[in-house]
Design a protein around this ligand. Structure first.
Ligand code: NAD
Length: 284
């Protein structure tokens, strides 16, 4: 039996409708919409598309947005000045700096300048630290979206063996922490893991966040697993995941497609974090 497809687009639409309704309540209570500022520096084509999609998603969810497109030769001090201005802007609840930044600019230094309360990407030491400690936080958007997709299957995460392949600060590590919070038994695999298939085959929940086209094959998957494919790999003008869909769909019970799986939920969680940050500022 082929796996059931987890329709990230449809699930995202349902979430966005709920966010829109909450934004409307926020507007009534505070006379303004929740606000997101997005900063893009340079001419990376994929980044420009991501920013365009984020701004469009804000519009649909009745979230105020402002986009700042800076040239590739922008200086560190110009970027910091903009962030300081946005930190002080009462219309702005969330600030997102689209990565990668142009060569020569230290992303960590720029991201550290964002006020932690406005860090809707969840990359700051404060937000990542709060996640680590299991407290209230703005969790990184892609991992938060993965959790919602797993929950959408109706499967209880508690006690399941979740294997996350990838240990980046933006996906693998925060996702492992979120899965722990949901009481999964978590294994994190990475480029130095020995005998990866032996581990992935034990996973009730398997997440691919590697960045290698179709890296996880069907024979690495336990029958009946929930498979979440975070990968976005461009090849010959097409998008591919980190999971080989054709073979994986025969083993998994639930699987996310690429595109149309994790991607739409990532932007949705950005909207959710912006609303959450706005409410936190007003103690709502
Ligand atoms: P990254 O390059 O920062 O991290 C990749 C991870 O994979 C590393 O931790 C590395 O240890 C691990 N890895 C590499 N080779 C491996 C191997 N042979 N065996 C096991 N592990 C290996 O990438 P990232 O930023 O975490 O992104 C991962 C993928 O997810 C990329 O394809 C990226 O485009 C995609 N992504 C998608 C979204 C989305 O919204 N859908 C968001 C962020 C990232």
């Amino acid at each position: 039996m082929a796996a059931e497809i987890i329709d990230g687009k449809k699930i995202a639409e349902q979430y966005r409708a709920a966010i829109k309704a909450s934004s409307a309540k926020f507007l009534v209570a505070h006379g303004r919409k929740p606000g997101l500022a997005v900063i893009l520096a340079g001419d990376d084509a994929a980044s420009a598309v991501y920013v365009k999609n984020k701004i469009a998603a804000c519009e649909q969810a009745d979230i105020y947005s402002s986009a700042y497109h800076l040239p590739a030769n922008v200086s560190k001090s110009e970027l910091l000045e903009l962030i300081h201005m946005l930190n002080a802007d009462i219309k702005i609840d969330g600030i997102l700096v689209q990565l990668p930044l142009p060569k020569g600019i230290n992303a960590s230094e720029i991201l550290a300048a964002i006020h932690p309360q406005k860090d809707v990407d969840g990359f700051s030491t404060t937000q990542a630290g709060n996640l680590m400690l299991g407290g209230e936080c703005l969790a990184a958007c892609t991992p938060a979206g993965c959790i919602e997709l797993i929950k959408s299957t109706g499967i209880d995460i508690t006690g399941k063996h979740a294997v996350v392949v990838g240990r980046s600060n933006i996906v693998g590590k925060p996702l492992a922490l979120l899965l722990l919070q949901h009481h999964a038994t978590v294994t994190v695999c990475h480029s130095k893991t020995v005998n990866l298939p032996a581990i992935t085959k034990q996973a009730d929940i398997l997440v691919g966040a590697v960045g290698i086209k179709e890296f996880i094959k069907g024979d690495m998957i336990k029958k009946g697993a929930v498979v979440i494919d975070v990968g976005i790999n461009r090849f010959d003008g097409k998008l591919y995941g980190d999971v080989e869909f054709e073979s994986a769909v025969k083993k998994a019970f639930y699987i996310t497609p690429v595109p149309g799986g994790v991607g739409p939920m990532t932007i949705t969680m950005l909207l959710a974090n912006t609303l959450k940050a706005a409410c936190a500022i007003h103690n709502m």
